[in-house]
Write a protein that binds this ligand. Structure first.
Ligand SMILES: Nc1ncnc2c1ncn2[C@@H]1O[C@H](COP(=O)(O)OP(=O)(O)O)[C@@H](O)[C@H]1O
Ligand SMILES: [Mg+2]
Length: 343
């Protein structure tokens, strides 16, 4: 028998709902389970079983207070210092867990604390995936504007994304003859929109000084992925869930091509498997690369976002979601799936 510790708390009822549903479902299944926030580890009571499975959730309180708007760079998603804080947070909480339970229990992490922050560094994520032979987006190392613009062709542009960002915020795309950013352009400077909601794109074509500003910050520069025409006029990516080395569910996120990003928070429509319209070659490729990506992150539970560059033979893992949102339970009940798989 294994006990379960669910760690973390949402900053709204909405962001708290997955942890709460998991907790309720575990209770109903008769599992010895507790749910606590990260600050409560020291006072969490004992568990019934020797082995405690620990399931980490996103530390909203810590992130909002320390990382969302960086103290140093002020520009969303560009602060190494904020990332370092975030990474250290998990290691410190792991130490607290060791102190609290190390002598009486065995701790078994579904998401490894040492890997918990990694997906928030897009450069390190690409490097880690490549070490495990997972196909990724193609990175451009140069930070010279003219050299970067040399990569912009009529058929394929360039993406510049903040290195430590998420949710489709802080994205700039250079297409042939049209440059756009979804940072807030304010008095000739790049600035942030609010934490929640849509980050609207602004036309910045020809404004080299804005690109110069952006490239002084921590960013990742990538060649644009051109998705196959499965949804005409649209762009899509796929979110695959990996649980214990299997992919129990996936869905496509589809957005108007002019919307640039396919994040749900930025207006994409979700099509759940098997209603994605993707044929078996795509599904096979998704399963293969998603499970490899999970191994690269030493994780038994994560989301993997994949785009296809032209056809089913060219998958590219665009992003890892260590703290993935859960799918609509009416389409796939991930909570139930997680609770009923043997531990
Ligand atoms: N190289 C790329 N080519 C085309 N589209 C991209 C590329 N990189 C990202 N995108 C689009 O932008 C979205 C956000 O990028 P992503 O790397 O996932 O950052 P975030 O952490 O903000 O979600 C993706 O879901 C995808 O739709
Ligand atoms: Mg993403």
């Amino acid at each position: 028998m294994v006990s379960l510790l669910i760690l973390g708390k949402g900053d709204t009822d909405y962001s708290d709902r997955n942890m709460q549903r998991l907790f309720t479902c575990a209770q109903e299944a008769g599992i010895d389970v507790q749910r606590r926030d990260y600050g409560e580890i020291e006072t969490t009571p004992d568990f019934k079983n020797e082995k405690i499975q620990v399931l980490l959730f996103f530390p909203f309180t810590f992130w909002n207070a320390n990382c969302e708007v960086p103290q140093d760079t002020k520009l969303y998603g560009t602060s190494k210092a904020s990332y370092d804080l975030f990474q250290r947070f998990f290691l410190e909480r792991q130490e607290a867990l060791n102190e609290r339970y190390g002598s009486s229990h065995k701790l078994d992490y579904v998401i490894q604390p040492a890997f918990a922050a990694l997906d928030r560094d897009k450069v390190a994520t690409v490097e880690q995936l490549q070490r495990f032979d997972v196909p990724t987006s193609r990175v451009i190392e140069s930070r010279d504007i003219s050299e970067i613009l040399d990569h912009v062709a009529p058929e394929r542009g360039v993406f510049i994304k903040c290195r430590y960002g998420a949710e489709g915020k802080g994205i700039t795309v250079l297409h042939h003859g049209i440059w756009r950013t979804n940072y807030n352009v304010h008095e000739g400077k790049l600035d942030n929109y609010g934490t929640y909601g849509t980050w609207t794109f602004t036309d910045i074509t020809g404004k080299r000084e804005l690109l110069e500003q952006l490239l002084e910050h921590e960013v990742i520069v990538e060649r644009e992925v051109i998705v196959p025409e499965i949804f005409p006029g649209k762009k899509f990516d796929v979110r695959a869930y990996v649980v214990n080395g299997h992919v129990p569910h996936l869905f496509a996120r589809v957005n108007g091509a002019e919307r640039v990003v396919t994040n749900y928070s930025q207006g994409a429509r979700v099509l759940h498997h098997p209603e994605t319209g993707l044929d078996e070659a795509y599904i096979e490729s998704i399963r293969k690369e998603a499970t490899k990506a999970a191994r690269a992150f030493s994780s038994r539970f994560l989301g993997v976002d994949i785009m296809f560059d032209g056809n089913a033979e060219t998958p590219r893992v665009i992003e890892i979601q260590t703290f993935t949102d859960y799918p609509d339970p009416r389409k796939f009940n991930l909570v139930k799936y997680m609770i009923s798989i043997p531990t």
